[in-house]
Design a protein around this ligand. Structure first.
Ligand code: AMP
Length: 123
């Protein structure tokens, strides 16, 4: 699949500094900031700095440096937030079935309380 990146999405605006964010961590390849509508005591979004729509797009087209920097950022955020030992969930909603709202790759890092089972089975 070929991806077209919409540079007017809200995370692109955050990366350009047009919209404020509550930064938790940053490296050369990734930015991590608090979700505006947290689902748990810790809810941080980690995004690559490059223009990637989704995990599929990123894992096809990102450089090794981008891939490594992004994954390292996820680990750093968990350690900084103090959730590495007790556990957390890392979620990347992708596309229509994944109910992705913002078309810039992001991983939700959620923790700080027991999170229950990952998915509800359909009724
Ligand atoms: P998703 O449904 O996986 O695309 O998640 C998008 C997430 O972005 C949601 O959890 C929103 O609460 C979050 N969000 C939207 N706008 C902002 C913003 N300006 N700053 C921080 N988080 C945001």
């Amino acid at each position: 699949m070929a991806y077209a990146y919409d540079d007017q999405n809200i995370f692109a605006k955050i990366l350009r500094g047009e919209i404020p964010n509550d930064t938790v961590y940053e490296n050369g390849q990734a930015l991590a900031f608090r979700d505006i509508s947290p689902a748990a005591p810790t809810h941080v979004l980690v995004i690559p700095k490059g223009p990637y729509v989704s995990m599929d797009h990123f894992t096809q087209e990102a450089s090794e440096e981008e891939l490594v920097g992004f994954m390292r950022a996820i680990g750093e955020v968990c350690r900084l937030e103090g959730i590495s030992d007790e556990g957390f969930r890392a979620i990347s909603n992708t596309g229509h079935n994944g109910v992705q709202e913002v078309p810039h790759l992001h991983v939700h890092i959620i923790g700080g309380r027991p999170l229950g089972r990952m998915l509800m089975k359909p009724a």
